[in-house]
Design a protein around this ligand. Structure first.
Ligand SMILES: Nc1ncnc2c1ncn2[C@@H]1O[C@H](COP(=O)(O)OP(=O)(O)OP(=O)(O)O)[C@@H](O)[C@H]1O
Ligand SMILES: [Mg+2]
Length: 452
């Protein structure tokens, strides 16, 4: 400082406060698991993550996350990992979730006042331990290694990172004592990390494994989802590949209905029914999408996957809890999302009319569209091993025509059986729909007992 300068250096307290204010506790923790997932990607690329794990342990005294996902090199720790914001020169990880260079630090500050980061890679290991309040008093923006070794050999299975936070903030400690909080955390991890989980990354919370839930689309040829793949930007650096699916789910479920937006496999928006994904607010009717979401659309499912080797080109915000709706890529993709959604919305309006036309609400006899829905098989879109059946546009099923068939006069058989028994028969028959279960078991009896 000279007589001619003024001090514009940010205070550490301001930084800590600003960083942690805008992110809730759960997304801050998810950020740490994202780092494990990025470690796994760096190790395995697009392959299986089997054998890799990320373990969370929370109690009212302590938070800990440990993984065996490759670790942080001393070089990366020294130059980049502990800095606020991604410094230029940081080696990029292709297709990573990490992008902004804040997640780990923000999570640590959000959780408590003392932390320890221990990490080992095949050729180095280090420990950094700090009391945040004491650090905030110092002028230097540095941490000291408590121990560091750059001349070591660690077997790959022992390479990983452990972050421990103690002196938890009071509200954090209280949350960690609540079952309800832990359930919310599990649900969030399940949804946000379904991609790495389905690739084999084993995530646990206090020892309990977190499974990815399949995300199912109906796949009957008359109901299969529309699919569109797009590419934006100038390949290879900035190419953003977009895959859009819009169709129907198996259950009428408000928690699944709407659009799910993923960036590099990370869920950013879940079951969105807002203007962000094309549902128009107010009274306007634009592109055939109705003014706003309504429970009659509870079967609608949309998935939008944005993927890029350069995470900086993806339309997410820094907390990865929502979109950067200013993104030109997102705005272009959204028009396509609305195009795909329109016929599905039309179909669901039609279905509502069919149901309204029934003389009796309790009438067990289903209308032709409802019948078709009930009998359709479904497949998981989230599972990378599956090749989901899709088509270019969702077109309305021609159910009326289906009923008029040539051949003998037909009789409909309808009955209920215990679900577990039906599932076992379905499995044994290797069929996908209950309709097939009915037909195959009927033919089995017919062939054995009736026909000569
Ligand atoms: N569990 C981990 N395994 C391997 N490397 C890690 C781990 N945690 C952190 N790192 C390293 O530390 C860096 C900083 O992590 P941090 O979460 O702060 O930022 P980021 O992941 O780069 O970006 P973002 O803010 O978008 O998460 C990472 O880029 C990565 O190199
Ligand atoms: Mg990160």
């Amino acid at each position: 400082m000279t007589e001619k300068t003024v001090n514009a250096m940010p205070t550490k307290e301001f930084f800590i406060d600003m960083l942690t204010r805008d992110i809730p506790l759960i997304p801050a923790i998810v950020d740490l698991v994202d780092n494990s997932a990025d470690g796994a990607r760096q190790m395995k690329g697009n392959g299986s993550y089997a054998g890799l794990w990320s373990r969370l342990e929370v109690s009212t005294n302590e938070f800990r996350i440990s993984d065996n996902c490759g670790g942080i090199t001393v070089e990366i720790a020294r130059k980049y990992a502990f800095r606020f914001g991604r410094a230029s020169g940081m080696p990029p990880v292709k297709h990573s979730i990490g992008e902004f260079g804040v997640g780990m630090k923000r999570a640590i500050f959000k959780l408590g006042r003392k932390f320890k980061v221990e990490s080992a890679t095949t050729g180095s290991r280090f420990v950094v331990e700090e009391d945040v309040a004491k650090w905030a008093q110092k002028d230097e923006w540095e941490y000291e290694f408590q121990s560091v070794d750059e001349n070591t050999k660690v077997p790959t299975e022992k390479c990983g990172t452990t972050i421990t936070v103690t002196n938890l903030h009071d509200d954090v400690s209280r949350s960690f004592g609540l079952e309800n909080f832990k359930t919310q955390l599990v649900n969030e991890l399940k949804a946000s990390l379904q991609d790495p989980i389905s690739r084999g990354l084993r995530i646990t919370l206090n020892g309990i494994p977190i499974d990815a839930e399949p995300f199912e689309f109906l796949t009957d040829e008359q109901l299969a989802p529309a699919y569109k793949s797009l590419s934006y930007g100038v390949p290879p650096q900035k190419a953003v590949n977009v895959r859009l699916y819009c169709g129907l789910g198996k259950e009428s479920d408000p928690e699944l209905a709407g659009w799910h937006v993923f960036c590099n496999g990370r869920l950013i928006l879940e079951a969105d029914k807002s203007a962000d994904t094309g549902w128009v607010g107010g009274k306007a009717r634009r592109n055939g999408i109705p003014p706003g979401f309504h429970p009659q659309y509870n079967l609608l499912r949309g998935c939008a996957y944005f993927d890029s080797d350069d995470p900086g080109s993806l339309p997410w915000n820094t907390t990865k809890t929502g979109l950067n709706t200013d993104s030109a890529v997102y705005r272009a993709a959204k028009i396509e999302m609305m195009r795909l959604m329109r016929p599905v919305v039309d179909f669901l309006n039609r279905l509502k009319l069919e149901k309204a036309g029934k003389d009796d609400e309790d009438n067990a006899e289903k209308g032709p569209l409802e019948q078709l829905l009930a009998e359709s098989a479904s497949e998981d879109v989230a599972n990378p091993r599956f090749d989901l059946k899709t088509r270019a546009t969702f077109t309305r099923p021609t159910v009326a025509a289906k009923q008029v068939t040539d051949g003998p006069e037909m009789k409909r058989i309808q009955y209920d059986m215990p679900s577990d028994k039906v599932d076992r028969v379905k499995k044994a028959l290797k069929v996908r729909s209950f309709k097939d279960v009915g037909e195959k078991t009927f033919n089995y009896f017919y062939d054995a007992e009736i026909e000569d």
